[in-house]
Design a protein around this ligand. Structure first.
Ligand code: IPD
Ligand code: CA
Ligand code: CA
Ligand code: CA
Length: 273
């Protein structure tokens, strides 16, 4: 089976496994803090995907949130970047609004990405250079919007912190409205499908955005860090994803004035995955 079809096939199978086991008891553990949860289903889904990829493509390398490929420090060859459940808090509390996110890169170049909204059975997919699709229907290029008529997505936690409040409040204030979905992968997919016009966040890991980046860039979306630089697939990053003119407006009018503060925040914070 061609690699792209294999990617979609195992994603859909992984989603079906999750749906089938939704009523089984969950084992919930905490990671870095009491609100950073991981479940047996996050781990089982990563293992399912890891095993399927290794069986079929033993020379491919895999980076996953729940431990796969921790030692990978370059992008040589075929690399899968996997978030088995993006939106674990939604998964635990709501049993919906979470996604499987996968991006495949070959020698650092985009190959293909998927974001699968498991409970709604909506597959966002893209092969670099071949357009992006939502359940088989080609997505249009996203529309350019000024902030004043844009819906932006942002985790409200960033508005509660002393070191970021002043940077982000004007963005929320000047937008049409703000949303927070709790799954970065879905945020990227929603920008790609024009449901929202931008997503801004201060810290994501490569597995949160690897799939979504490939999808949104296929429809004209721009993805950078908050200093306007390309994102790094091997470290944590800040993120601005938006249609082209809105990305320029956010960078020029809202983030650049805080360049020094943002540089300080970035120093040291984003050196590690
Ligand atoms: C999280 C979600 C969330 C984002 C966090 C991520 P996880 O991923 O994408 O929306 O705000 O930064 O860590 O842990 O649920 O896979
Ligand atoms: Ca997590
Ligand atoms: Ca994630
Ligand atoms: Ca996750």
């Amino acid at each position: 089976m061609e690699l792209y079809n294999f990617l979609k096939d195992i994603t859909l199978q992984a989603g079906e496994n999750i749906r089938k086991q939704l009523n089984e008891p969950l084992l919930i553990e905490t990671k870095s803090n009491p609100n950073d949860l991981v479940t047996n289903m996050d781990k089982a889904t990563e293992k399912f995907l890891f095993d399927r990829i290794q069986d079929t493509y033993p020379d491919h390398r895999i980076i996953g949130e729940e431990g796969s490929g921790k030692d990978i420090d370059n992008l040589n060859g075929v690399i899968w970047i996997i978030d088995p459940i993006d939106g674990t808090l939604n998964f635990v509390h709501q049993q919906e609004n979470f996604a499987i996110s996968i991006g495949i890169f070959i020698d650092g170049e985009k190959y293909a990405g998927v974001v699968y909204d498991v409970m709604r059975n909506i597959l966002f997919e893209a092969r670099a250079g071949h357009g992006a699709y939502k359940n088989g229907v080609k997505l249009e290029n996203i529309t350019e919007t000024p902030l004043a008529t844009s819906i932006i997505s942002m985790n409200p936690n960033w508005l509660t912190k002393d070191f970021t409040r002043d940077i982000y409040i004007p963005l929320v204030r000047d937008s049409r409205s703000a949303r927070s979905y709790g799954s970065a992968a879905l945020d990227f997919a929603y920008v790609a499908s024009n449901k929202i016009n931008a997503y801004i966040t201060l810290r994501l890991h490569p597995w949160d955005f690897a799939g979504g980046l490939i999808i949104v860039e296929e429809v004209g979306g721009i993805v950078t860090n908050q200093l306007g630089e390309p994102v790094n697939l091997l470290t944590a990053n800040s993120i601005v994803v938006a249609n082209k003119s809105l990305h320029t407006e956010i960078m020029n009018d809202y983030l650049s004035p805080f360049k020094l503060e943002l540089e300080k925040i970035h120093q040291g914070r984003f050196s590690k995955r």
